[in-house]
Ligand binder design. Structure first.
Ligand code: ZN
Length: 89
């Protein structure tokens, strides 16, 4: 099951609401548009001990990078395991 669809890595930079350290989260998506990851929730963990769900649209910065195929889609992909799409395939 080789999937040759183009993929994109979305890299989002958040500020920790507790200590304001930068927190980076990344996920993979088959979509390039920013809205795709903006609608997604991430669970960054901060060194200060804070962890929580933040929406992609709260990101301070959002990069999209063309990415090679990834294998996260194989099996039950969930919102917390590295895909922006957040649904099982
Ligand atoms: Zn923090």
């Amino acid at each position: 099951m080789q999937n040759l669809t183009e993929h994109f890595a979305h890299v989002l930079l958040f500020a920790c609401p507790q200590c304001e350290r930068p927190l980076a989260s990344a996920c993979a998506s088959s979509k390039q548009n920013l809205e795709e990851a903006d609608a997604h929730f991430f669970n960054p963990h901060c060194h200060c001990g804070w962890t929580g769900a933040v929406a992609g649209m709260e990101a301070v910065k959002h990069w999209v990078q063309p990415w090679r195929g990834f294998t996260a889609e194989v099996g039950a992909a969930g919102p917390g395991d590295g895909t922006c799409d957040g649904r099982a395939h």
